[in-house]
Design a protein around this ligand. Structure first.
Ligand code: PGA
Ligand code: ZN
Length: 423
């Protein structure tokens, strides 16, 4: 199971922005590829996505330097290594880069390689990827958090908050949860259409209408849930990712897109508390800025018993920041994104840290994605029961849902599905 070659190609992601496809071949001819996602509302401390900055190609966003890093340095270092030694391979990648934020070879070059190594190892072992990474206990399907209304940096509209999600927590299986979510998405389309709103979609496949104010988003979603024949709260709950770093400046939160004014950290907390009183919201991610550690702590003390408080940009899937969050009770859950940290092994370590602390974790896509469904297998492998992978349209989102349907069918009666937030 030794590596014969590693090679990369510059391809495009769902926004038409260049990314990498890395292919790993073994001596016996087995080969597999993986592609790398890319965020828009990125955290300040994320591992570095290496771009060419050559204005003559793709507005500077080409990734030929990262491709070259795979084809030269990485290929040379990994040649002959045993592909089933994921931790060792990832350590060699980290050492070859030798920077704290993977800026020399690029986290995109490193992650594409790390994922392709895992995939080809699973193939060589003749087991599905979720089982290769998660073992025989990897039988739990995640509840999808479906981002059906998009705002913030993901859409040119009037919404300050980035993601308004539905979570079919009451469904009996993943397939049913997905169906409930998809039917709600279609009901929302009809409602928006009837009110004369645009039904064009944003980066993650959610609708991106110019609503009159932020609250109209949950109001319309509640109507859509009911119109689709489901009970808001009991069957389908709501989740929010305001991605507040994107509207934070000079110690204040600026709700500019909707024109709802400027707020302090405390006032944002009060606003969320009022929303929790009014809507069946079960998860609140990045309600505050990534550097507002005091605010997060206060928010978790005030609301953490009522709702899952998720840290995304504040932790960037980095155990150094997650450890601080656990010490300071900053949140009670973590958003996990492979490309924020840059290797499969380090991502698994982040999940392990959450598990040990009794925290929850959510396996997440990026707003720029590809047709690669690695994430679906990864979510089942990590357990935890929650995945964030977009709305109910756009094939780069649906690819993950389709793969989860396949995994659930393959597991048959061994498959588990339950509400991760039930007390
Ligand atoms: P991003 O958004 O991929 O643009 O960072 C996703 C998120 O904030 O969860
Ligand atoms: Zn987020």
């Amino acid at each position: 199971m030794d590596i014969a070659s590693v090679g990369a190609l510059e391809i495009l992601d769902s926004r038409g922005t260049p990314t990498l496809k890395v292919t790993v071949c073994l001596h016996d001819g087995t080969k597999a590829s993986a592609t790398v996602p890319s965020g828009a509302s990125t955290g300040e401390h994320e591992a570095v996505e290496l771009r060419d900055h050559d204005k003559n190609r793709y507005g500077g966003k080409g990734v030929l330097k990262a491709v070259a890093a795979v084809n030269t340095t990485i290929a040379a270092r990994l040649a002959g290594m045993d592909v089933t030694r994921q931790e060792e391979v990832d350590r060699v990648l980290i050492e070859a880069d030798d920077t704290p934020n993977k800026s020399r070879l690029g986290a995109n070059a490193i992650l594409g390689t790390s994922m392709a190594v895992a995939r080809v190892a699973a193939m060589a072992r003749r087991v599905p990827l979720y089982q290769y990474l998660g073992g025989m206990e990897a039988v739990r399907l995640p509840v999808p958090m479906m981002n059906i209304l998009n705002g913030g940096k993901h859409a040119d509209n009037s919404l300050d908050f980035q993601e308004f999600m539905i979570m079919p927590v009451g469904a009996p299986s993943f397939a049913e949860a997905l169906r409930w979510g998809v039917e709600t998405f279609h009901a929302l389309k009809s409602i928006l259409h009837a009110r004369g709103y645009s039904t064009a979609v944003g980066d993650e496949g959610g609708f991106a209408p110019n609503l009159k104010h932020n609250r109209e988003a949950p109001d319309l979603i509640m109507q859509a849930i009911t119109a689709a024949g489901y009970q808001p709260g009991r069957q389908i709950a709501l989740a929010l990712d305001p991605a507040a770093s994107s509207f934070y400046r000079e110690n204040k939160y600026h709700l500019d897109k909707s024109g709802e004014g400027v707020k302090t950290s405390d006032e944002m907390c009060q606003l969320y508390a009022a929303w929790l009183d009014q809507y069946p919201i079960v998860s609140l991610e990045d309600g505050l800025d990534e550097n507002d550690w005091d605010g997060f702590k206060a928010q978790t003390a005030a609301l953490g018993h009522r709702v899952q408080i998720v840290g995304d940009d504040i932790y960037v899937t980095n155990t150094r920041f997650i450890a601080r969050g656990i010490r300071e009770h900053s949140t009670n859950a973590v958003l996990i994104k492979l490309n924020q940290i840059g290797t499969v092994t380090e991502t698994i370590e982040a999940v392990r840290m959450c598990k040990q602390a009794g925290w929850k974790w959510i396996i997440s896509h990026r707003s720029g994605e590809t047709e690669d469904a690695f994430l679906a297998d990864f979510a089942v492998a990590m357990g935890g029961g929650q995945i964030k992978t977009g709305s109910a349209c756009r094939s780069e989102r649906i690819a993950k849902y389709n793969r989860l349907l396949e995994i659930e069918a393959e597991l048959g009666s061994a498959a588990e599905f339950r509400n991760p937030l039930a007390v």
